[in-house]
Design a protein around this ligand. Structure first.
Ligand code: CTP
Ligand code: CA
Length: 239
């Protein structure tokens, strides 16, 4: 009955969604990760499939989420594995949604054997040297310009922002949209300043075409629907 209420406006479209957190190995038994639950990305994949899309979900670490029905799930661990998977599956995508929480840095070296405390290698456990990961989202935008993705594909990024003395959530969202070069940016207001910063809104949906709409705090399923509404609007916009 729920499905019946959804439009089939993604019928015949291919959608790739990344979700969850990446894991960056330090040695065979240790890794660095983040608190991403994966819930928003999983909701996007599920709702896109319910709206008729052929969906690939590129999934990192999640809070034990079950695979959504009628979705192809590809598992990745590190940011570099995510980059490779996204390049592959986005190659024929009509929409790409980067909901994954990508580690900005990874350990510069992965020890082939377990690091032990109180031995020569133990310095590697006290001070971990990190190097920057590739920016997967910006890479997809650059790849599209070179024909690696369909020219008319819609690329969506996410940003969780707090305002500070130098700018509001919206200021940081606008700057990030420009920096990344994606078509849509979902900006979530996070942290203690949220209520003060953006009133009752949980965030913003910013379009590269200058459109900006407030996203009221709601379930991740409803958020997914609103985001996909904006994706469909861009897909079907005249050009
Ligand atoms: N992202 C990505 N690759 C990275 C980092 C981020 O693809 N190495 C994507 C995320 O999936 C998200 C968007 O970029 O869709 C914004 O992520 P965010 O962490 O907010 O952006 P950063 O450029 O890393 O900026 P910040 O310094 O605020 O973390
Ligand atoms: Ca980041």
């Amino acid at each position: 009955a729920r499905d019946d209420a959804l439009p089939r406006d993604l019928e015949g479209r291919t959608v790739v969604v990344s979700a969850g957190g990446t894991r960056e190995a330090l040695d065979p038994v240790r890794y660095l990760t983040n608190r991403s639950s994966g819930k928003q990305g999983y909701a996007l994949a599920r709702v896109a499939a319910q709206r008729g899309a052929k969906v690939t979900l590129v999934a990192g670490n999640t809070a034990g989420l079950a695979d959504p029905a009628a979705v192809d799930v590809v598992r990745i661990a590190s940011a570099r594995e995510l980059q490779t998977a996204m390049a592959k599956y986005a190659a024929d995508a009509d929409a790409v949604v980067m909901a994954a929480a990508v580690a900005d840095y990874r350990p510069a070296e992965v020890a082939p054997t377990k690091l032990k405390k109180g031995t020569a290698g133990s310095a590697d456990l006290e001070t971990i040297t990190m190097i920057e990961n590739p920016d997967v989202l910006a890479g997809l935008v650059a790849a599209r310009a070179e024909g690696g993705l369909p020219a008319r594909s819609v690329i969506v990024g996410f940003a969780a922002e707090t305002g500070d003395a130098n700018g509001t959530v919206l200021d940081y969202g606008r700057a990030k949209l420009r920096r990344k070069g994606c078509d849509l940016l979902v900006v979530n207001a996070v942290g203690d300043g949220r209520a003060f910063e953006v009133d009752e809104n949980a965030g913003w949906l910013l379009g590269a075409d200058g459109t900006e709409s407030a996203l009221a705090l709601d379930s991740k399923t409803v958020m997914a629907s609103r985001i996909l509404d904006a994706v469909v609007a861009q897909m079907t916009a005249p050009h």
